[in-house]
Design a protein around this ligand. Sequence first.
Ligand SMILES: [Zn+2]
Length: 302
Amino acid sequence: MGLLDRMQARRRYRTMARRLAKLDRLERKGDASTRIVTPWPVRRCWLKNTAMVVVSCLATAAVLVLLGVASFGWAGLAGDSYPVLPSDAAATRILPPVTDAPTGAHAFMITTADGRPVTYDPCRPIHYVVNPTGMPRDGIELVRSAIREISAATGLAFVEEGITSEPLTKVRTPRQPQRYGDRWAPVLIGWVDATIFSSVSGDIAGVGGSTAVAPEGPGSERYVSGQVALSQDWFTAAVARPGGEANARAVVMHELGHLVGLAHVHDPSEVMAESNSGLTKLGPGDRQGLAAVGSGRCHTDT
Ligand SMILES: [Zn+2]
């Protein structure tokens, strides 16, 4: 990125900061008509009691932050909120795109006005941290294994930054300069109980989703950070069952599927089905959808 590009990017940030400050003021004044918010459907999946091991989840802690206005679940951005281009952003995608995926049922969390799925930027790695509090046996390796699978199916690169003490919270800001420096906060993965996430209890094994920003307005949406909150109780019980690790891994893959932009489907042969009856491997629709969300655009404006 040249000096001129950086100056232009800075100018855009300042313009955006002014607009955000204006939005903040209008919001405080209660002028909701100026808010640009995309409503976010909350999709549940639930447990069916069968003889098989069944997993369940609540999809969508995901949120669209469009022009800095949060719609649900994540803190909005304020002020000069867009970080500079990260040093590990490449000019071309880091891993090759997945071009040989089979076809099947899949759906996207959100799409742009022209119908493209909103995605992470394939020209930079998705950084993630893990909070090990309450994790099940071999929890870190469980996450790594699921990440490897999703990375291979999307062609998106992931970078494990290690463990963090950042607690999982229902509202997480995608920028935390004091903790992570001048960049988008890494994806946070960890285990929670119902006292932290009331939605993660009983049959609900986890929630997952990402925050999108649109620095250049509609059409420029992209995911910049996210969170996967997994149930302590469910995972502890799952890995204690014979063969339960594969089911636990599938739940992490499902939540990572939400993280990178996939929504639920009704086809029970897909990991992204609302209710999983013991499926442990990605289905053809999962693979088609993951290949699609791994083939998004690269960005140089933030
Ligand atoms: Zn789900």
